[in-house]
Design a protein around this ligand. Structure first.
Ligand code: DP6
Length: 335
């Protein structure tokens, strides 16, 4: 009865857009892997101008789920991850309908610009709307978390904190400050466009094998507090100190995991060293890297032109993309 009721209320199709986010305090490792309950809280900034657009269509005549990614049938691993996620949506709605999911990104996938965050934030919103679930922002963020942890931070807008919680119910992300609060720029320095050899999901399971993970997690509340304070006070100097420290701590865990996870490439180190040198000479700038070789170079908007010009002149740089703080996931008319 519930199924018939929801379907009558729903259009069975909806389209949504969401931005990726750059973690300022990183999520690395889960307390409970299948639920993506994180080992620690994290903070991020949504990236304006980069987006995933996703259309979901449920249909009683479909006999299986389909996933079309950037105009091509997705591979079986990507399809099965989407299908497992849709099972969750179907379970919430009491529905058995299969769906076609069509998703497009306007930025490179798999190389340190968190494409799964944007993808699962957009998919959560589109799928929930299509099947007739009326979810508030917290419920959507919880749902997106089940698809990809960092996706819960791409549901709300601006500067966002993921409250780690103790259970599925209280692990979700909220806006700390809206996008207009502080015009920071992420100069995303692409070193490689190759897909990474070990994805984040597998990486999270290796975190515990590093002797440094315990110390990193134990110190997180302190870093979160420093980062929150720096954002609210628009204090770039304080932000750079904690952001670089946090990125270095996560990569220290990665490098000391068994087996070793080494995402940094020679070009990454070139950029990191240049950033430190520029900052020591008075330019407000800092770096952070997610699970990939590309370096996110942050600076206040006034310095973005200078910073991107300097980055483009470094050897081994593929491209520099600029992103200001971005808004929340939202419904759109068409893909
Ligand atoms: C290094 O959210 O991509 O970017 O939940 O398995 O999809 P899954 O992992 P994911 O992990 C993100 C890791 C990170 C840090 C961060 O974004 O906080």
């Amino acid at each position: 009865m519930m199924e018939g009721y929801l379907h009558k209320m729903a259009d069975l199709t909806a389209t949504a857009a969401a931005s990726p986010n750059i973690a300022l305090i990183k999520y690395w490792g889960n307390r409970v892997d299948p639920l993506r309950l994180p080992a620690n809280g994290s903070i991020s900034m949504n990236l304006d101008g980069l987006e995933a657009r996703t259309r979901v269509t449920f249909d009683p005549s479909f006999i299986t789920d389909q996933f079309i990614l950037n105009h091509h049938q997705a591979n079986s691993a990507d399809l099965s991850r989407v299908s497992v996620f849709l099972d969750l949506v179907r379970q919430m709605a009491g529905s058995h309908l299969y769906a076609t999911v069509e998703s497009r990104n306007n930025f490179p996938i798999g190389a340190g610009v968190a494409s799964s965050a944007a993808a699962y934030a957009a998919l959560s919103l589109a799928a929930a709307k299509a099947i007739g679930l009326d979810l508030n922002e917290i419920e959507l963020s919880r749902l997106a978390r089940r698809g990809s942890g960092s996706a819960c931070r791409s549901v709300p807008g601006g500067f966002v904190e993921w409250l780690p919680g103790r259970s599925d119910r209280d692990s979700f992300a909220v806006t700390l400050a809206p996008a207009r609060h502080w015009d920071l720029v992420d100069c995303i320095t692409l070193i490689s466009r190759l897909p990474k050899p070990v994805g984040s999901t597998e990486g999270h399971t290796l975190a515990k094998s590093s002797p440094f993970q315990k110390a990193r997690v134990a110190d997180t509340d302190r870093r979160l507090e420093l980062c929150r304070g720096a954002i609210l006070a628009r204090d770039f100097k304080a932000l750079s100190t904690v952001v670089e420290l946090d990125s270095n701590m996560m990569h220290a865990v990665m490098i000391t995991s068994q087996p070793t996870l080494l995402y940094l490439m020679p070009g990454s180190i070139t950029v990191m060293q240049a950033v430190i040198h520029w900052r020591n000479n008075g330019l407000p700038v800092c770096y952070t890297l997610d699970a990939g070789p590309n370096v996110h170079v942050l600076c206040p908007a006034e310095s973005a032109k200078e910073v991107s010009l300097r980055l483009e002149q470094l050897p081994g740089i593929n491209q520099v993309l600029l992103a200001h703080p971005g808004g929340p996931a939202h419904l759109i008319e068409q893909i």
